[in-house]
Design a protein around this ligand. Structure first.
Ligand SMILES: NC(=O)c1ccc[n+]([C@@H]2O[C@H](COP(=O)([O-])OP(=O)(O)OC[C@H]3O[C@@H](n4cnc5c(N)ncnc54)[C@H](OP(=O)(O)O)[C@@H]3O)[C@@H](O)[C@H]2O)c1
Length: 427
């Protein structure tokens, strides 16, 4: 005999009528994904785009260029915002929330820039705002940070959070493509932002890290308060050093609690050893490692860019709205009091086309020192605040790459002083 009739029915799910902003890589991907998931009973009523004259793959009657057609339509109870203009996206999302509509977005730049205000709007208007697709595309990391690690003591989150730079690094180092060709391929495949500087200069990864900090640790911070850089400075000679040491170079975002109240967070190119889980995260894939007191380590890997992987995360948010799911921002509201600090030390590799470009005085300690005609490099310990407030390491011809385990713990270099540099014969 079936026991099914004894099981209580699920709460009645809401009918979702969607107004979609954007019909580019992700918007079109979502449209197609929704076509193949009729069981969800979520239909797109109107699609708002920017250019009326662009050729589309579906009939023109679906489209409008007037945002009011969505925002003022009372039948539309879900706004899905998938456009590439962060300022316009902010106005759309703000107004939709003020009107009490649920909103789904993947726009990390907009979310990171206005996090606190968007949080307030959600509470004020009791409207859900979900954005799983904004961090690591297909990897369900935000909901995991929100829900799973709530009662566990999360100590760190680190990983590859930008699919297009990971794609570029893979193509350069494993297939020998030039930077320009690798970027072009990433753009053609829909992995890059419309403005690729957002990816290659590290802004996109910093935006994502700031969102992860809020959900992982309850720490709300502007991306500009995070120490970060992108992949443009990495030189061929750096790749050769990496190869000699059997290491890879990846753009890695890290957030690590350094004590009960302080958090180190940065996004920088990093050497990755062959036995690190991140070494096998290639092309447009993203990978994240979480560490927590009781669960120990978890490793998430999945496609970090592209039409369907990102649309899958958006779809999952839409599905969650049927059951009135909302982020609760528990860690932030509990005032866990964990704040960002740059008071820690990093072990870094710095190379330069001219030795004089390396600011030796900024280091606390130098472990390696190589001076060749057109490529010099050092490995040493530097205080993170010196990197945050200095710019010499971002100058043309200089690249800074973190070593495999970059945070140096349990040593107070302020006590050791500059003696080590003198011993190394550098000063
Ligand atoms: N691509 C990815 O792999 C990926 C992954 C994760 C997150 N995301 C995020 O998803 C969002 C969309 O990215 P995408 O790659 O799909 O961008 P895209 O391919 O460049 O498409 C952008 C779309 O936005 C529309 N648009 C721009 N400004 C508009 C405005 N003011 N009003 C209405 N529509 C407007 C464009 O209209 P027209 O068609 O008329 O030009 C276009 O359809 C971005 O926030 C991005 O950061 C993308």
């Amino acid at each position: 005999m079936s026991t099914k009739k004894n099981i209580p029915a699920l709460p009645i799910s809401k009918k979702l009528t969607i107004g979609l902003f954007g019909f580019g890589v992700v918007g079109k991907g979502l449209y197609e994904v929704l076509q193949s998931t009729p069981a969800l009973q979520a239909g797109i009523k109107t699609i708002c785009i920017k250019n009326a004259d662009k050729k589309r793959s579906i009939p023109a009657e679906h489209f409008t260029t007037d945002p009011r057609a969505i925002l003022e339509d009372e039948e539309i109870n879900v706004v899905v915002e998938l456009i590439d203009d962060a300022d316009a996206a902010y106005s759309i999302v703000k107004e939709a929330l003020q009107k009490g509509k649920a909103v789904v977005s993947a726009n990390k730049k907009m979310i990171a820039a206005h996090f606190e205000e968007l949080l307030r709007l959600q509470f004020e208007h009791e409207a859900a705002f979900l954005y799983e697709g904004s961090c690591c595309a297909s990897i369900p990391i935000i909901r995991n940070l929100e829900e799973y690690y709530d009662n566990d003591l999360l100590s760190s989150v680190k990983g590859i959070v930008n699919g297009s730079t990971n794609f570029i690094l893979t193509k350069i180092f494993e297939e020998g493509l030039s930077f320009k060709d690798a970027l072009l391929q990433a753009q053609q495949l829909g992995f890059a932002e419309s403005n690729p500087a957002l990816d290659i200069e590290g802004h996109d990864a910093a935006n994502k890290l700031s969102i992860l900090l809020a959900h992982g640790f309850g720490t709300i911070t502007k991306p500009t308060e995070i120490l970060y850089n992108g992949i443009t400075p990495i030189k061929e000679t750096d790749a050769e050093v990496a190869k000699q040491k059997n290491l890879q170079i990846k753009l890695v975002a890290t957030a690590r609690k350094i004590n009960d109240t302080q958090l180190a967070a940065f996004v920088l190119p990093q050497f990755v050893a062959a036995d690190d889980e991140l070494a096998n995260v290639n092309n447009e894939f993203n990978g994240l490692i979480t560490e927590s007191s009781f669960a120990d380590k978890h490793f998430f890997k999945g496609r970090g860019a592209g039409a369907y992987p990102t649309a899958a995360a958006v779809l999952s948010d839409i599905a969650a709205l049927r059951y009135n799911y909302k982020y609760e921002y528990k860690k932030y509201l509990q005032q866990s009091g964990i704040s960002l600090t740059n008071d820690f030390y990093l072990k870094v590799f710095v190379s330069a086309t001219d030795i004089n470009l390396i600011e030796k005085d900024e280091f606390e300690w130098l472990e390696e020192w190589h001076n060749e005609s057109n490529n010099s490099w050092v490995v040493g310990i530097i205080h993170a605040q010196k990197l945050f407030s200095g710019n010499w390491w971002k100058e043309t011809g200089v690249s800074l790459i973190l070593t495999e385990n970059p945070i140096v713990e349990n040593v107070d270099y302020r006590k050791i002083g500059k003696k080590s540099l003198a011993l190394a014969g550098v000063l």
